[in-house]
Design a protein. Structure first.
Length: 351
C-alpha cells in the first residue's frame, strides 16, 4: 500500500470516529448528559409552580439534560407533548397526568419505544410505568377527616371541595374522607362538591352550601387551588374569624404551600397535609435515571423515609411522607402533626 492510500484510509477512519461521536444516542447539548422529558401538568397553582422550580435543580444535581413542556391540565396537550419528546430523542419521561384513565394509549406508545416513564403525584388507571412517585392520597383524606372530626367533636356539617374524580387523587381523597367519616363520625354530615380542581367553581359551590347550611362548621379543601376563594367566601359571610371565635369554620387543606402555612399561623385556616413538591421533583428524576441505567426496585422501606408498595401487578409506587400540619403541632384523634413553622417542611424552605 502506498503512502497516499494509507493517508486516505487514516482520514476516513478519523471522520468515521467523529461522526459516531456526534451521533451517539446518549449525547446531548449538556456535553453528553442524558436527555429526559418532563411534562408539567399545570402552572396555575403555587404547588405546581414550586414543583416546576425544584425540577431543574434536581436535574442539575443528577447530571440530566431537561426538555420540558406544560400540558395545562389537558390530556390532549400531554399526548402532543409526548410526541415532541419522542422526536427530541429523550431517554425517559416524567409526567403527572391529571386524567389518569385517558393517558393509557400514550403510555403504551412510550412502552413500545422502550422509553421509561415515571408519573408524579398521580397513578395511571392502567398501563405500565417504571415508578409512581406520590404520597398516600387515601391518608390525605383520612388525616383531614380525623382533624375535622376531632375539632367538631363528631357532630355538625362539613363541606368537602373535591378535586376531579377522573383523577386517582380526587377519588382517593374523596373515598377515604367519606369512609372515615362514616366509620368514625356518623354524627357529621358531609356535603361533597365536585370542582374539577377549579378554584372559581369551588368558591361558588362553597358560597351556595354556606347559604343553604349556615350551620356548616368545617371545610375540607382537597388542594390549595381552593384556598383563595374559600377565604374570600368566608370573609364575605363574616366567618373569617379566629379559632377561638364560636363562628369559626375549621378548614383543612392539602398541599403545604407557603401561603397555607402563613394562613395557619394567622388563624385563617387550621391545617393542611404537606405534599412534598421538592421530593416529587427529586425522586421522579432519580427513578427516571435509575430506569435508564437498568436498575430495578422491589416493595419495601426506602432510604428516604418512604415505602414502595405494589399497587397492581408490575406497578410500584413510592409513597413519600406527607405529614399533617397544624397551628400547635398537636395530635388529633390519634393523628400526629407538625407545627406550621417546622423547618423540615418544604413550604418553609422557599425563599
Amino acid at each position: 500500500m502506498n503512502t497516499r492510500s494509507r493517508t486516505c484510509l487514516g482520514l476516513v477512519a478519523l471522520l468515521t470516529a467523529a461522526l459516531c461521536a456526534c451521533g451517539s444516542p446518549d449525547s446531548g447539548a449538556g456535553g453528553g448528559a442524558t436527555v429526559v422529558g418532563v411534562d408539567y401538568p399545570r402552572s396555575d397553582t403555587d404547588f405546581w409552580n414550586s414543583y416546576i422550580k425544584y425540577t431543574p435543580e434536581s436535574a442539575k444535581e443528577l447530571g440530566l439534560e431537561l426538555k420540558t413542556t406544560n400540558s395545562q391540565n389537558d390530556v390532549a396537550k400531554l399526548t402532543a407533548n409526548v410526541q415532541t419528546f419522542i422526536s427530541q430523542g429523550v431517554k425517559g419521561v416524567a409526567m403527572a397526568p391529571q386524567d389518569t384513565a385517558a393517558i393509557a394509549p400514550t403510555l403504551e406508545q412510550l412502552a413500545a419505544k422502550k422509553i421509561p416513564v415515571v408519573t408524579v403525584d398521580t397513578r395511571p388507571d392502567s398501563g405500565d410505568v417504571f415508578m409512581v412517585v406520590r404520597a398516600d392520597n387515601r391518608a390525605y383524606g383520612e388525616k383531614a377527616c380525623r382533624f375535622l372530626g376531632a375539632k367538631l367533636g363528631g357532630k355538625g356539617k362539613v363541606v368537602m371541595l373535591q378535586g376531579d374524580l377522573a383523577s386517582i387523587n380526587g377519588r382517593d381523597r374523596t373515598e377515604a374522607f367519606n369512609d372515615c367519616m362514616k366509620s368514625n363520625y356518623p354524627g357529621i354530615t358531609v356535603l361533597g362538591e365536585a370542582t374539577n380542581w377549579d378554584g372559581a367553581v369551588a368558591a361558588q359551590k362553597l358560597q351556595t352550601d354556606l347559604t343553604a347550611n349556615p350551620d356548616v362548621k368545617g371545610v375540607y379543601m382537597q388542594s390549595s387551588f381552593a384556598l383563595s376563594g374559600t377565604l374570600q367566601v368566608l370573609k364575605q359571610k363574616d366567618l373569617l374569624v379566629p379559632p377561638t371565635d364560636p363562628k369559626h369554620v375549621f378548614i383543612v387543606s392539602n398541599d403545604g404551600i407557603p401561603e397555607e402555612l402563613k394562613n395557619i399561623a394567622e388563624g385563617h385556616i387550621d391545617a393542611t397535609v404537606s405534599q412534598p413538591a421538592d421530593l416529587y421533583a427529586k425522586y421522579a428524576l432519580q427513578y427516571l435515571k435509575a430506569a435508564i441505567d437498568g436498575k430495578t426496585f422491589s416493595p419495601g422501606k426506602t432510604d428516604h423515609d418512604s415505602t414502595i408498595v405494589q399497587v397492581r401487578d408490575g406497578l410500584l409506587e413510592d409513597q413519600l411522607s406527607a405529614p399533617l400540619v397544624t397551628a400547635d403541632g398537636g395530635t388529633f384523634d390519634g393523628v400526629p402533626s407538625l407545627k406550621h413553622d417546622d423547618k423540615s417542611l418544604w413550604g418553609n424552605k422557599l425563599s
